[in-house]
Design a protein around this ligand. Sequence first.
Ligand code: ZN
Ligand code: ZN
Length: 375
Amino acid sequence: MSNNPSFVLQAVERVEFEERPIPDIRDTEVLVEVKKTGICGSDVHYLVHGRIGDFIVEKPMVLGHESSGIVYKVGNKVKHLQPGDRVAMEPGATCRVCEDCKRGRYELCPDIVFAATPPYDGTLCRYYPIPGDLCYKLPDNLTLEDGAMMEPLSVGTHSVANIGNLKAQENIVVFGAGPVGLLCMAVAKALGARRIIAVDILSSRLEFAKSYAATDVYLPPKPNEGESKIQYSERNAKTMQEQLGIELRGRSAIDLVVDASGAEASIQTGILIARHGGRYVQVGMGAPNVTLPITTALVKELAIKGSFRYGPDDYALAIALAAAGKIDLKPLITHRFKFEEAKEAFQANRVGKGADGKAVIKAVISGPDVSPEDH
Ligand SMILES: [Zn+2]
Ligand SMILES: [Zn+2]
């Protein structure tokens, strides 16, 4: 593979390797030689469905956005980087002049150029051009794999620290123990949460969550026949309260609920289980419309917030927590693939387990000519 080999989504269910030209960079950009890329649910979703909401794949698009690499070339105006630097790459280039950017909430920028969100190409290639300020130098004690994990970890710092405003000694429940849920738990642990309760319908995921960052786990019962969704959620919240000794006020109450599942029952249960005066954050993308126990939310004065990608300081906090040894990302990387094996990597992600039969948490694809053994 010579030039700029790239892994391109051509159409639904059709991916191919392509030789693409090496991109030019602007004064404010750097060209990064991509070394590690994690696969995200969204990459798989584009492959299978060709769209996420209003984002529709209409022309071939390079996949991947959770990447790290080594700086290859630096634009004239970039002062903090030089060729050879190992960097985590934040994959959303914002316009910097719109209302949202200027208010410090750049994740809301309507003109964001986000890797592997149509029509913009992603990072599963050899050379990727990126604004210099979106490259974060990796401390020596972090690997390039850790660097790629900074993208999903930043989703965690954004939702738990910056949107959820979790403080030390608070209690948190995280619904969904997939990669994002686990990283939310890891952030909560790093920030000194007292109780971190993981909820998932798969007991194997809960076992892992308990070994990783959760202090407690909860496996919801199955819905009864003829039970409406909200009836089920009410029963579920009650059972959860009894099993885990959760009150709605005082020290055993849940200060922050983070839903990383997107499932209606979790969302409803989350609102029901939160303390009076508590916070609820939606980070999981699932059912686009759900029924909410809104009177409960009103009476509790529950703050309900959305959390989308990451904004100012989220990458910096993610790197700082990992570099300080407060978050270990290694246990989450369950599968590693060569660049040429990108299709196999997507397949493993899709079915949820690798050829080895082990459940996939995070699969990482190495850059062209990079060994998967080389972390
Ligand atoms: Zn992602
Ligand atoms: Zn903007």
